[in-house]
Design a protein around this ligand. Structure first.
Ligand code: ADP
Ligand code: MG
Length: 288
């Protein structure tokens, strides 16, 4: 069944603890100067868990992912991801960065971008075996991008580019998928398609850590959330965290949470922490 050309994982000899949490934080704190983003965070995220990181702009959601990637160091405490130290996880971890549009003249076709995720670590970027081509085709089909496989990425819409980022991030069959605002600037159809693709990874056993300031598009998928605001946080199910009492306490002012037609509506957020989406044109997050 497995094609002879299918390469074996280069990291196969490294020990992996199948029971280890996908993410493990102990007394983790992060500050920039005297600005505390969070402190004393203890957290285990399980394999197969869909875990959202919520909070207003500037609360520290991207920084949370960056500590797991090893790009930012905790001020104190410890972090482990896929049983390894942050930064030492290789392709056990997939990452969808916060979206930036590719410039129109980017010299990469859609399938080239996806192939960077497939063969970048294991085979060297230049090797083009049939196994790699097949895997790229499979990934393009999986995210519904086959039709534009040969189109330069800079010519594609935000939603089309985002599907390719998902394909690239899942190419190595990661055990943990870190996603930074993957739905930003997507229309409703694309939001559903992209969150469905990410959930499919979870169903195959990956842990998903999904950063978003808008919870409704993924409400049905969520197992638990980490809500960060104003240097404080709360971890629990949506029912436990997304309440008038908890959010009012986090924000230090009266915030009303209600359910309207199955959607969560949060009223009374401080002005500086608006949850509004960024404009479609540049894909950048608004600063708070
Ligand atoms: N490397 C850094 N040095 C200093 N401050 C930083 C750094 N990275 C982020 N910050 C600050 O930390 C806060 C949280 O940033 P970020 O994690 O990007 O928030 P979010 O993703 O929730 O919008 C912001 O105030 C930001 O300016
Ligand atoms: Mg961010």
């Amino acid at each position: 069944m497995t094609p002879a050309a299918e390469p074996r994982s280069a990291g196969a000899s490294a020990p992996r603890d199948a029971h280890a949490p996908a993410v493990r934080l102990r007394r983790a704190s992060l500050s920039f100067g005297d600005r505390v983003l969070w402190s004393d965070l203890d957290l285990d995220i399980r394999p197969g868990e869909f875990f959202a990181v919520l909070g207003p702009n500037g609360s520290g959601k991207t920084s949370f992912l960056k500590t797991l990637l090893g790009a930012v160091h905790l001020t104190s405490g410890t972090a482990e991801i896929a049983g390894r130290s942050p930064g030492r996880h290789g392709d056990l971890v997939g990452y969808i960065p916060q979206q930036k549009m590719f410039p129109p003249n980017t010299p990469l076709r859609a399938r080239d971008l996806v192939s960077l995720g497939v063969d970048g670590h294991r085979w060297g970027m230049r090797l083009r075996s049939r196994a790699v081509d097949r895997r790229v085709d499979e990934l393009l089909a999986k995210v519904g991008a086959s039709d534009y496989a040969k189109v330069p990425v800079g010519m594609l819409s935000g939603g089309e580019q985002q599907r390719l980022r998902v394909a690239q991030a899942i190419a190595g069959r990661p055990r943990v998928l870190l996603c930074d605002e993957p739905l930003l600037s997507l229309d409703l159809n694309h939001q559903q398609a992209v969150s469905g693709l990410i959930d499919a990874q979870r169903r195959e056993g990956a842990a998903v850590v999904f950063v978003t300031h808008e919870v409704n598009p993924v409400l049905d998928y969520l197992d638990r959330v980490l809500y960060i605001a104003d240097g404080k946080f709360r971890v629990g199910t949506v029912e436990e965290v997304m309440t008038t009492e908890v959010l009012s306490e986090l924000y230090g002012s009266r915030v009303e949470v209600s359910r309207v037609n199955g959607r969560l509506v949060v009223v009374g957020l401080p002005d500086a922490t608006t949850h509004a989406h960024a404009p479609e044109s540049d894909g950048q997050e608004q600063s708070a």
